[in-house]
Ligand binder design. Structure first.
Ligand code: NAP
Length: 486
């Protein structure tokens, strides 16, 4: 049986960057869905903040347009009565006194300050939240990625936030951790006796993690060009997924029990640096091609800069130096303008030690557990069976579909729905602790440094392809191939 939705304490959720893309496209729809499910107490307030001179009515009209497709207008209008707007500049004091009074009017509410702005504003916002006495009672701050662009800048942000909010009040969000499939990975691994005995170098051949996008950089070029695929995807989302696959069983789901185990994985990652970067990593940058049936420009044209050395694709082979995983490669691949939008983890088991079947029965394939995060969240276990019926013994490789959302009549929630309410509840299990962010930068930093020292440009690849051919060679050198069952 599933538990029904549990309501939460009344809260005030303040979204800095309330008119931005993330807030309008993801955060407000997530809150609206939770409202429709009856999880948002009636006295709770959602407050958008940005510099634009809007009032409550103007902000509600903006959101109305964005949310109208989700449900009927009457319910939306009730929801919007709980939404407010304050025009504030994170860098100026005007208006902050009034804002502090507005929030202070409901002193018993849980306060959530969601920083959905560029990270350059995090320090200003937190300093003012402290200065105007807004960190009171049950207050929490949510930090969107990216937290810095290297270890030093991440530390700077974390130090400044830490002057106002304690670590237990600080929620560093990685929305991949809120995805249903990632939760399911935890349950599959630790709620079944079947997998754990096989979950090690003795039985697992390798793991692949792919996060592929069909889109180019679009209007995010200025941000993206300073980041690149390693900082944008690998250092955070993909390492978090790797940790969920590779961590030891935590003693409970208590926040620190889970995060301690993830941290150990990050500490056990083998270094990739100047000595091995060319064997273990491939960087690419897309050129003009065809994506989703349309001709698209290359990255230099989209950016308006043909000198950019930023990678829009990375493939790498990571290894975890501990007893469980020694010798098991974790192949990671991510990029923009790839042929399909897919995020998945593929755990490939070792082949059977000896085949008793004749060649005309067909070939034996290795078992694979495929955890799909998007577009269609689900879990499949690929098994070999006998083709049913007469006609001789023929082997078939078939997926056992373990995606039960349909069977349970459940519409899968967006990751932000779960994570936003976890913040209100004060449950940081699915958020990154400061030491995790630091450990991830300690591993990623030498890769970035080695790329920079090599002076090599990223390899070009055609938009709509699976990246540079060197990425295929990276895995084929080891006698393996990227998963193609899309
Ligand atoms: P965006 O569309 O550029 O929105 C930025 C928001 O910040 C706007 O509401 C803007 O409004 C406000 N703002 C800018 N300067 C301000 C200031 N001085 N004081 C107060 N408000 C200010 O950015 P976004 O795409 O929503 O992204 C926000 C953050 O989330 C970024 O760090 C991004 O990397 C991260 N993120 C975004 C996505 C996504 O899908 N968009 C996904 C993951 C992470 P005004 O200009 O009116 O002030």
């Amino acid at each position: 049986m599933t538990a029904s939705s549990q309501s939460v304490e009344p809260f005030d959720l303040v979204i800095f960057g309330g008119t931005g893309d993330l807030a309008v496209r993801k955060l407000l729809p997530a809150l609206f869905h939770r409202f429709l499910d009856g999880q948002i107490p009636a006295s709770s307030r959602i407050v958008g903040i940005a510099r634009e001179a809007l009032n409550d009515a103007g902000y509600r009209a903006l959101l109305r347009e964005a949310l109208i497709g989700i449900c009927d207008a009457a319910k939306l209008d009730v929801f919007l009565q709980q939404v407010f707007y304050r025009s504030l500049d994170a860098r100026k004091d005007a208006g902050w006194d009034e804002f502090a009074g507005f929030i202070g009017a409901q002193p018993d509410h849980v306060r959530v300050f969601y920083l959905s702005t560029s990270p350059e504003l995090f320090v200003d916002i937190c300093t003012r939240l402290g200065h105007y006495g807004l960190n009171q009672g049950a207050s929490r701050v949510v930090l969107e990625k990216p937290i810095g662009r290297d270890l030093a800048s991440a530390n700077q942000i974390n130090d400044a936030v830490g002057k106002v909010f304690t670590e237990s009040q600080t929620f560093r969000i990685d929305h991949y951790l809120g995805k249903e499939t990632v939760q399911n990975l935890l349950v599959l691994r630790f709620g079944n006796a079947l997998f754990e005995p096989l979950w090690n170098a003795g039985h697992i051949d390798h793991v692949q993690i792919t996060v592929a996008e069909t889109l180019g950089v679009g209007h995010r070029g200025a941000y993206y060009d300073r980041a690149g695929a390693l900082r944008d995807m690998v250092q955070n989302h993909m390492l978090q997924l790797l940790c969920m696959v590779a961590m030891e069983p935590p003693s409970s789901l208590a926040p620190d029990a889970v995060r301690d185990e993830k941290l150990k994985v990050l500490h056990s990652l083998k270094a990739i640096d100047e000595s091995n970067v060319s064997q273990l990593t491939v960087r690419g940058q897309y050129r003009a091609g065809v994506a989703e049936g349309a001709s698209v420009p290359g990255y230099p044209d989209e950016l308006g800069n043909n000198k950019s050395n930023t990678e829009t694709f990375v493939a790498l082979k990571a290894e975890i130096a501990n007893w469980r995983w020694a010798g098991v490669p974790f192949y990671l691949r991510t990029g923009k303008r790839l042929p399909s939008r897919v995020s998945e983890i593929v755990v490939t088991f070792k082949p059977v030690p000896h085949s008793i079947f004749s060649a005309d029965a067909g070939t034996l394939s290795q078992n694979r557990l495929v955890l799909r995060l998007q577009p269609d969240e689900g879990v499949k276990l690929w098994l070999t069976i006998k083709h049913p019926g007469p006609g001789g013994l023929r082997l078939r490789h078939v997926p056992l579909d373990m995606s039960f959302a349909e069977a349970f009549g459940v519409q899968q929630p967006d990751a932000y729905e779960r994570l936003l309410l976890d913040v209100v509840r004060g449950n940081p299990t699915l958020f990154m602790r400061r030491d995790e962010v630091e450990a991830a930068w300690r591993w990623a930093g030498p890769i970035l440094a080695a790329w920079s020292a090599s002076g090599e440009a990223p390899r070009p690849y055609t938009a709509g392809s699976w990246g540079p051919s060197a990425a295929v060679a990276l895995i084929e050198r080891d006698g393996r191939t990227w998963n193609e069952d899309q």
